[in-house]
Ligand binder design. Structure first.
Ligand SMILES: CC(C)(COP(=O)(O)OP(=O)(O)OC[C@H]1O[C@@H](n2cnc3c(N)ncnc32)[C@H](O)[C@@H]1OP(=O)(O)O)[C@@H](O)C(=O)NCCC(=O)NCCS
Length: 170
């Protein structure tokens, strides 16, 4: 008989996303007001090599960590999208499903981006975030990002300043 193992003790697996993850990514993003919102086409383009290099990572539970099958729904817990503008990276979006927050998933995804940035000999990683987004700002500050400025009324609906962060890698 299979043992009941507490779900909270399972470590989510961080892996590269595939086009089969797009519908799950969009579902997660749409349920999250503070996420950056992209069209399905923009997500699909992130997997096309049009000269622009993007890193798309997802976190899923070990139970779902079988190799991605085209058309399958991998049922992801979280995702991250980042743009490589050599010699820099920009974090464009990071979302963790509400039920899996405060368990270190966001930090693991972000540290995977930082490791990738180091491997690609990058100078820095930068990002912008709504001023009121305390959870995200706290995550960025914990992982070493420093505030570099602000853009007044950068966001709409509702209007709000963006706070700019940078993490130097040199
Ligand atoms: C921001 C977000 C990605 C953090 O993901 P997470 O998996 O919950 O974060 P972690 O558990 O890895 O937390 C790492 C650190 O971030 C900080 N943090 C995360 N959530 C926090 C919260 N609600 N309040 C205060 N600090 C928080 C803490 O410093 C935490 O370290 P600690 O647990 O040792 O205190 C998640 O809250 C989220 O998906 N928010 C909605 C989407 C969003 O706003 N994305 C960012 C803008 S695009």
């Amino acid at each position: 008989m299979a043992l009941n193992f507490p779900k909270t003790l399972l470590t989510p697996l961080i892996r590269l996303a595939t086009p089969a993850d797009v519908s799950s990514i969009i579902r997660l993003e749409r349920a999250c007001a503070s996420a950056a919102h992209w069209t399905e086409r923009q997500y699909r383009q992130a997997f096309e090599d049009g000269g622009v290099k993007r890193l798309v990572l997802v976190a899923d539970t070990p139970a779902h960590s079988v190799p991605a099958i085209p058309g399958a729904d991998p049922n992801i817990l979280a995702f991250l999208v980042a743009l490589h503008l050599a010699p820099e990276w920009e974090l464009e979006n990071i979302v963790v499903v509400r039920s899996s927050r405060r368990q270190g998933v966001g930090e693991r995804l972000l540290r995977a981006l930082l490791a990738t940035a180091r491997e690609t000999n990058s100078k820095s990683v930068f990002l912008e975030v709504r001023e009121s987004n305390a959870a995200a700002r706290s995550l960025y500050e914990k992982t070493g990002f420093e505030k570099t400025g602000r853009r007044t009324s950068y966001y709409k609906n509702p209007a709000e300043d963006a706070v700019l962060y940078r993490l130097g890698l040199e």
